[in-house]
Design a protein around this ligand. Structure first.
Ligand code: GRG
Length: 296
């Protein structure tokens, strides 16, 4: 039987080793590099890079083909968390079980550490080793997609809408739009990057797009559920914050039980999209289930 826990651990190790090579721990590091490393190596789930690796393998590619893309996605994700935690945004003290970057360092350093992680991601992507005839244009496609997902038509716009929607009751459609930008876009880009660089066919890429859309939303629904009934110790962050900030969430709009059913429906749709894939897609199937069963 496929063992997801050990799979996730192996992939996390591969990602952490690569990140450590890009941003090694050196005693003479500047304060900026210390802050970048502090947040990057703080022990997140590494969901986005793992999705990128699992997708590449799912379409017959190798981990080595996509490590730069996977790690760039984690850097962009970490930058977004550092900035999201700032006093001007969510003003959170705890992230990944540790004091947030601006608490451990200071606000200016946290802003700069986020900026530097975002630019380092694109520096690394544009320097990725090109291994095959077609690979140059594939990397450009991936860089374009990731930039789009992270930027003003993706995650940044989603964050802006999130801030603008505090104290407002959103409709389900508005909530879905917000989350498809804020968290969905980067998750979808992670899967797309793995599919392109792993050499997926256009039919596979299309089906993986359906898988990605559904697990991206399921991830957010589960995140909202955990904010209501999760264990802060396991999550490494406070719960109840959405209610405190009067944010519209799936539980606040459709109730807790219906939100759980909705998350399961989304995962089932994601699994259906993988029907024509062979057993190399086993990890992607297991990750879809993990997204709604996770405790952190
Ligand atoms: C500041 C431009 C900018 C964007 C911030 C992603 C984001 C946008 C904010 C994070 C706020 C948040 C709690 C969103 C809910 C879903 C989410 C992205 C949770 C954190 O991701 P995980 O659970 O975290 O993958 P780890 O720490 O495991 O990597």
């Amino acid at each position: 039987m496929f063992e997801l826990e050990s799979y996730l651990e192996t992939k996390r190790d591969q990602i952490n080793i690569f990140l450590d090579k890009i941003l090694p721990d050196a005693t003479n590091d500047s304060r900026l590099v210390k802050a970048m490393r502090y947040s990057l190596m703080a022990g997140g789930k590494r969901l986005r890079p793992i999705l990128c690796l699992a997708t590449a393998e799912g379409v017959g590619g190798q981990v080595e083909d996509v490590l730069e893309a996977a790690c760039a996605l984690e850097m962009i994700h970490t930058y977004s968390l550092i900035h999201d935690d700032l006093p001007a945004m969510d003003d959170d003290d705890l992230r990944r079980g540790k004091p947030t970057c601006h608490i451990a360092f200071d606000e200016a350093t946290a802003i700069l550490a986020g900026d530097a992680l975002l630019t380092l991601a694109f520096q690394m992507l544009s320097a990725a080793e090109i291994k095959g005839d077609n690979q140059g244009s594939q990397w450009l496609t991936v860089i374009h997609r990731i930039a789009h997902a992270a930027g003003f038509r993706g995650m940044v716009e989603g964050q802006m809408s999130d801030i603008a929607s505090e104290d407002k009751v959103l409709s389900l459609d508005e909530l879905e739009k917000l989350h498809s930008l804020k968290t969905g876009a980067l998750i979808e880009a992670s899967i797309y990057s793995g599919a392109i660089l792993g050499g997926g066919s256009s039919e596979q890429i299309q089906q993986l797009g359906v898988y990605a859309k559904n697990i991206g939303l399921a991830f957010q629904v589960k995140d909202d559920i955990l904010n209501v009934e999760g264990d802060p110790k396991l999550l490494g962050k406070a719960i109840g914050t959405d209610k405190l900030r009067k944010k519209s969430t799936y539980p606040s709009i459709m109730g807790l039980e219906k939100s759980k059913l909705f998350a399961t429906e989304l995962v089932n749709k994601a699994l259906l999209a993988l029907e024509s894939f062979d057993n190399r897609s086993g990890p992607l199937r297991a990750i879809a289930n993990y997204i709604v069963q996770r405790k952190r």
